[in-house]
Design a protein around this ligand. Structure first.
Ligand code: V47
Ligand code: SF4
Length: 387
């Protein structure tokens, strides 16, 4: 493997790209300028092979997924992100939904006796759903199902709740953590740089606020994920700037589990005139993320947004995590035009998808503890490559 990568690096004409390849081979960090150069000049086969090398060095063929379900408390939102196909302003709330604590507990109860390990709770920012409401929700979920890992709320939601409750981030985060919130998902990050943020999501928490909330969570011993919404009006250097800020926080706290690039989908939002990125560009994005985010243990492809086949393809471009079974009717993605109108995959389907490309499926919990490794001899139910 190492020899093949050396041959590949040798074959590259561009001296700067050759140098970056050598650095990656010996485990040296890619700089900001080198990150931009990779986006500007490197071919998909080049970054793809390097990213696959890094992925296999970190994880071999292991490819993680979990059994989770999503709850979206509301799609009513005080903010107005231009890329969002999902929210309804409070003034138009008759066109939206708002779940009560009981409604959400009933969703949790649907999974009684089933081996799900995580509930993921994210929604719009409803002016009447305050910190007390969510403290109650989290406590009641924990009481009902103490074995379920509660991962929820982006800094956009938390910042609004804490400010309304007149609490500092430290105070607010401690309260919700004590109530039972265990991890934060990666949403709300979009693109951190103010030149882009001011154009696509001007009114919600800024980069510093987003990073501070994750820092405070990490300092309390919680883990979290980070996303980047790419493929719209940002330039390559904005992507690198975004990844750089995350990489620096990770150096400081070590609290991030996973980086999740999210492909911008253009259906039915205020940015519908912008063409979506090509699959080649998507794969380059994943590969460069694997190369740049050297201190993030995992790189995740969120299959409801990419579609199953493309998510499967990312497993050759640095990705080692396929998220989960997501058994629900998650609307945030289907409304933005993703292939998956009602995303849900059974464990057998996820295992098959991973095995079809000769990787080893591993069911994990939220913190990447192994629940089950699927052996090679457990053949997938259907393998079009072999059939
Ligand atoms: O922050 C909204 C994105 C995010 C669009 O941590 C869009 O495990 C593309 O962060 N096109 C929320 N993306 C979802 C999220 C997430 C999802 C799954 C797993 C995890 C995790 C986190 O969805 C938002 C925004 O960046 N989003 N609209 C759109 N049109
Ligand atoms: Fe609200 Fe989130 Fe949509 Fe922005 S992306 S409008 S914060 S639901």
């Amino acid at each position: 493997m190492e020899k093949a990568i050396e041959v590949l690096i040798d074959s590259v004409g561009d001296a700067d790209l050759k140098n970056i390849g050598t650095k990656i081979l010996i485990g040296e960090r890619v700089t900001f300028d080198e990150g931009v150069l990779l986006f500007e000049k490197a071919s998909l086969p080049y970054v793809g092979a390097l990213a696959n090398y890094v992925r296999e060095k970190k994880h071999g063929d292991l490819t993680y997924f979990n059994r989770n379900f999503h709850i979206e408390p509301t799609n009513i939102c005080v903010f107005s992100c231009k890329f969002c196909s999902y929210s309804q302003l409070y003034a138009h709330r008759e066109a939206g939904w708002e779940l009560s604590i009981n409604d959400m507990l009933n969703i949790v109860k649907k999974y009684d006796g089933q081996p799900v390990t995580e509930v993921h709770i994210v929604g719009g920012v409803h002016p009447k759903m305050n910190l007390d409401f969510f403290l109650k929700l989290v406590k009641q979920i924990r009481e009902h199902r103490p074995d379920l890992h509660i991962k929820g709320f982006t800094p956009v939601e938390l910042d609004y709740m804490f400010r309304k409750a007149k609490l500092t981030t430290e105070e607010g985060m401690k309260k919700i953590h004590d109530a039972g919130l265990m991890s934060l998902p990666g949403g709300g990050a979009e693109i951190f740089h103010p030149d882009i943020r001011s154009q696509i999501c001007d009114d919600k928490v800024n980069a510093e606020g987003w990073l501070h909330i994750h820092r405070v969570a990490h300092n309390l011993g919680m883990h979290s994920n980070a996303t980047m919404l790419y493929g719209h009006i940002e330039k390559y250097w904005h992507r690198v700037d975004h990844m750089e800020r995350l990489r620096q926080l990770q150096d400081e706290t070590g609290g991030f589990n996973t980086f999740i690039p999210l492909k911008f989908r253009n259906s039915d939002n205020d940015m519908s005139h912008i063409a979506e990125s090509t699959i080649t560009e998507d794969m380059r994005m994943y590969a460069i993320a694997r190369l740049y985010m050297d201190n993030f243990p995992h790189l995740k492809a969120y299959w409801p947004m990419l579609g199953r086949q493309n998510a499967q393809l990312t497993l050759s471009y640095g990705v080692n995590d396929m998220d989960g079974t997501i058994d629900d009717s998650t609307k945030i993605y289907s409304m933005a035009g993703s292939e998956e109108q009602n995303p849900a995959m059974t464990t057998a389907e996820l295992v098959t998808l991973i095995k079809q490309v000769n990787r080893q499926p591993v069911e994990r919990d939220t913190l990447y503890n192994v629940i089950k490794k699927y052996d090679a001899e457990e053949a997938p139910a259907f393998n079009p490559i072999l059939n």
